[in-house]
Ligand binder design. Structure first.
Ligand SMILES: Nc1ncnc2c1ncn2[C@@H]1O[C@H](COP(=O)(O)OP(=O)(O)OP(=O)(O)O)[C@@H](O)[C@H]1O
Ligand SMILES: [Mg+2]
Length: 350
């Protein structure tokens, strides 16, 4: 697809990293297009940080290639051109550590100078980026007095101080409270709107599903899925639909059976039962279906026709991703669940 190729800004080809006899990242392929937010998900030890460290050249790959766009062309990253190529990228890898006695103004000017940002523009740029994360009033305070979340925010802005085209952020939202997470989420979207490309790793499935154009899932060093949220959901073919009734029925099991009979023909799944269950924690019914919107609409239509008193009917996004994530990581591949291979590198739907 030449059109898409033009847009590729980072291309990881067969990246492999071994530590002794242990392979931390294995034949990892990923194409990142300009202007995308890519979320990298995977359990502890999956190889997320190792992958990012290889792009930053903090680690040398044992095999494979990293291509980065420079002046309109993809260039192979080598020891010789790393300074030029990596100037296009802002990195935050693992927990940022700063000298406790330094202030954000000093730290950020140091990074800006290091990255060759025009000297005259540095003071204004520092104010700009600190405002992005609400640290304006802390510009001259010692980092030693900062909370964990504030240090994390400073880490994120130190990655973007030189206004790079690409941001590679390893768990940028770790340690942030919900308000700060929302603020950083909004910041990432703002940066995307400015044309920036963002590759971020996370354990926060909701955060990732909300902002990512495509999601890459890595497990035991291998890329096991890479697609849009929508396609991943569809491919997983086993999506939870939440149904909340006006009133909790007296006989829950009877209602469950009734709902199951109505929904069963429209799930798109091969299952003949166990489609509907009751979630006692949320006090709602949950129905499984294949995630297709036409089926979702049909189910709603049938429930309404049968005068089921629904007050809420939805597919919770985070749950869908969490279910899929667990399915993929566990390597489950039943009849109802797509083979992970089938959803790698989809170009569908975008
Ligand atoms: N320098 C090293 N020497 C030996 N093994 C390493 C080294 N760095 C990473 N590893 C191993 O490589 C694997 C991948 O580690 P990595 O830090 O990339 O995982 P991760 O996906 O970032 O995990 P987390 O979510 O916990 O941050 C782990 O098993 C880890 O122990
Ligand atoms: Mg890590």
């Amino acid at each position: 697809m030449p059109q898409n190729n033009k847009e590729i800004i980072i291309n990881l080809k067969n990246l492999t990293k071994r530590f002794g006899s242990f392979t931390a990242v294995s034949n990892f392929n990923l194409e990142i297009r300009k202007g995308e937010i890519i979320g990298l998900l995977g359990p502890n030890g999956a190889g997320k940080t190792t992958t990012m460290k290889m792009i930053a050249r903090l680690l040398n790959p044992d095999e494979g290639e990293i291509w980065i766009k420079d002046n309109g062309n993809l260039e192979l990253l080598t020891g010789k051109n790393m300074v030029t190529l990596l100037d296009h990228i802002g990195f935050l890898i693992e927990n940022p550590t700063f000298y406790e006695h330094m202030t954000p103004r000093k730290i950020l000017s140091y990074f800006a100078i290091l990255k060759g940002y025009p000297k005259k523009k540095i003071p204004k740029r520092i104010e700009e980026v600190l405002a992005l994360v609400g640290l304006t009033d802390w510009i001259d305070k010692k980092v030693g007095t900062f909370s964990k979340g504030m240090k994390q925010k400073l880490g994120v802005v130190s990655a973007l101080i030189h206004d790079p085209d690409i941001l590679i952020l390893d768990e940028p939202q770790t340690g942030l409270d919900p308000k700060a997470r929302r603020e950083t989420r909004e910041m990432f979207l703002k940066l995307k709107n400015q044309g920036k490309t963002i590759f971020l790793s996370s354990h926060l499935l909701y955060e990732v599903s909300e902002i990512s154009d495509r999601i890459a899932i890595i497990n035991q060093g291998k890329l096991i899925a890479f697609d849009t949220m929508k396609n991943l959901e569809m491919a997983s073919k086993d999506i939870k639909l939440q149904i909340q009734l006006m009133e909790l029925p007296v006989d829950i099991e009877k209602k469950r059976v009734e709902l199951e009979e109505i929904i069963l023909p429209y799930t798109g799944l091969k299952l003949k039962s166990k489609i509907v269950s009751f979630n006692p924690e949320l006090k709602i019914f949950e129905a499984r279906f294949n995630g297709e919107l036409t089926n979702q609409r049909k189910i709603l239509e049938e429930l309404t026709k049968k005068e089921i008193d629904i007050v809420n009917f939805s597919v919770p996004r985070a749950n869908a991703l969490e279910d899929l994530y667990i399915q993929l990581i566990a390597g489950v591949a039943t009849e109802e669940v797509a083979e992970p291979q089938a959803i790698i590198k989809g170009d569908r739907g975008d």
